[in-house]
Write a protein of this length. Sequence first.
Length: 377
Amino acid sequence: MSQQALHVVLALELSPGEHAQHLTLSRDEAAELVALVADDLHALVPEVAQARLTLGGAVFDAVELLRPGFPVWATLDELARRVPRSALENVVAFGHHEGRMPAQLLEPDPAYADGPMRLLPLSLLAPEEMAEALSERLEVELVGRGEAGARTADWLMRALGVRLEHARYLSRNDLLALTCVQYEHVNLAPLWQLLEAAMLTPYRPETTLSARGLALRYADGKAWMQSPAQWLAAQDGATAERGHAFAGAVFELRQYAALLQAHGLPLHFDGGSAIATEYGSGWLAEIVAQADPAYDAPTLFAHEAAGLGVVAVTVAQRGAAGRARVLAHGYPLQSAALGPLVTTLADRFNATSDVHALGKIQLDEDGSLGAPAVALH
């Protein structure tokens, strides 16, 4: 019989200052919880009884569930389809055995464990002929009265060792809408536009602009972003204003890179034929030109901004009349990435790994990101 998977979450809003004592449930605990969840959902939408309810005994952050291909739910569905229907009644739950979940993707990442909302994934494998109607009923009923039952909420508080403000069922569409609003609230609507395209229409390219005007696009399973140096070269304004704007653009790049990584969508620099890209852990770099033997040996310079530390590392050569020839720009997106970025750039251009700290953002006479025109000692 052909089945369609309908995805749901049990969203747990933790009381202020609370943190789940553990992120996964044992097999026995998951079996207890799925019985309570089944009672809740059957009371809301009786037709749920005709579908197979599957529970993943782990609590996640939204960034772990909302990824291209929805891999946590996909794993849950795959495991559920392997269980013979005669083996259980119309519910199945997966928990850990000796501390290990049955699939790696059902293991929550501790890096995302401190958020105020934890999400427990659920799936309904519905017969094809009833899936659309059941999906519509769930969308209506869960929004209107999807609060978890008191027995379910009490069980969760005891099992996870937390106090809860709310525990309610949401459809996957509800979770998408909620996350969209959260990102819009912090001025990251363009980021969500890329993520939504990657999750819901991965076959269709998408283009947009960040709040600061950096060009963004989604294509072929990747997110592409204009480099801050490219963006700066096209801006107008006084030198001080341009330097401040550049720092803001790098801050935005860091936000986008961290969130896209959390959502499982790689971020790359988007450039024309003159720009090559290098990718590394926690940093991005663009190669502007190759070293010219007629110039001095390549040197590394660190651009700095208040509150952000080193915002960019420029590789440049000094030539005739002290003019600087820029070869590359690198951007540390995480504090721990500066060392590996410097090492990579130094190796790439056969330069020493000594970095000259500029104490500011250095712009050239055209207002673009540059390097000092005289040697530093």
